[in-house]
Design a protein around this ligand. Sequence first.
Ligand SMILES: [Zn+2]
Length: 146
Amino acid sequence: MPSPVSDCIFCKIVRREAPASIIHEDEATLAFLDIRPMIRGHALVIPKAHAASLADLPKESSGPILETARKVAAGLRGSGLRCEAVNLWLADGKEAGQEVFHLHFHVLPRFRGDGFGVRTGPDYGRMPERSELDATATKIRDAMGR
Ligand SMILES: [Zn+2]
């Protein structure tokens, strides 16, 4: 049975077994254009080492990914493409919109009137009491310590 790494389209791009329009490459990361761009210049930044989710991402890869995203964002702003602002977006899990299970940041050029929208979550606009915020923070903090 093939491993997830041999089947993974992003791993294939890293190995140059699948085509991509590459923007940046270094020891730990690769950046290339999304083949189904939401907007012109829509780029993806991936760790070269296969990691399906944030939880699987080795600690030494998390910093380089953000640094590459920073460089791509700066490149977009200086490219002459329409880019007045940038969104970084990472979908960690199917319910969050992840479609390729090799972790990736989307780097999205934005401009006034581009038509993007963000639908808000179920709690939008509600201001919980401090005690609720503290209880939620405790749950997350305790899980992080595990
Ligand atoms: Zn992969």
